[in-house]
Design a protein around this ligand. Structure first.
Ligand code: ADP
Length: 230
């Protein structure tokens, strides 16, 4: 398979179980899933089905108990923790239901900081942050602190921060779950245009079937396995 067609994320036979009393609770029982660059996949399943667990394993935050997670063609099962951390920082962006922005920093600085940690100059980081925030409709909000922003604006800053280092893969866990329907729809539209413009692959857990309908594919978890929905 050529470099260009390599999935951004591939899960093969992924198993994850948690200890429960004397036994184990097997949450993921052999998940197979591939997401190509530029593709947006909705993860739709009832609470407790294992969506967050799947995102944590795909994001290299947890190790699976079996199977393989491949990021941009790079198999991760055999990697040590430092290498997994490096891959996570460079290749994966995360968005959560709550924004977790640093309250004492401006919108711009919240997007600058991860890039400086990565080694960019302040100037390069500021240019990219301003460009990203403008793309997301926040040009007039660069110097605002999170408390001075609306919920939808905060979440758009969190999206900009997640993609600041140009990851290959965006993982989002109910990214608009804390917003009213209209704001949620708007934030989601900006997320879609960002994914389309950047060629990023995205896996987005959501309860919102209308939002799921706007993505390229819908996947659910059934008995611990990924199943494509029509
Ligand atoms: P979802 O995101 O679909 O609501 P989760 O992935 O959060 O589901 O959880 C799936 C199941 O795994 C739940 O029953 C939850 O209680 C259990 N679980 C999740 N994390 C842990 C953990 N660290 N230890 C034990 N059980 C867990």
């Amino acid at each position: 398979m050529g470099e260009g067609t390599e999935p951004a994320l591939r899960l093969s036979g992924v198993v994850r179980r948690y200890r429960e009393g004397d036994g184990h609770l097997e949450i993921l029982r052999g998940v197979d899933l591939a997401i190509r660059p530029g593709e947006m996949v909705a993860l739709v399943a009832p609470s407790g089905a294992g969506k967050s667990t799947l995102l944590h394993v795909a994001g290299l935050l947890e190790r699976p108990d079996g199977g393989e997670v491949t990021i941009g063609g790079r198999a991760t099962a055999g990697l040590g923790d430092p290498e997994r951390t490096r891959l996570r920082r460079e290749e994966i962006g995360f968005v959560y239901q709550f924004h977790y922005l640093l309250p004492e920093f401006s919108a711009l600085e919240n997007v600058v900081i991860p890039q400086m940690i990565r080694g960019l100059s302040r100037r390069q980081a500021r240019d990219r942050a301003a460009e990203l925030l403008s793309f997301l409709g926040l040009k007039e909000r660069l110097v605002h602190r999170p408390a001075e922003l609306s919920g939808g604006e905060q979440q758009r800053v969190a999206i900009a921060r997640a993609v600041a280092n140009a990851p290959r893969l965006l993982l989002a866990d109910e990214p608009t779950g804390n917003l009213d329907p209209q704001t949620s729809s708007h934030v989601f539209a900006t997320l879609i245009s960002l994914v389309r413009a950047s060629g990023l692959a995205a896996l987005v857990a959501t309860h919102n079937l209308e939002l799921a309908g706007r993505m390229d594919r819908r996947v659910t978890l059934q008995d611990g396995r990924a199943v494509e929905l029509a």
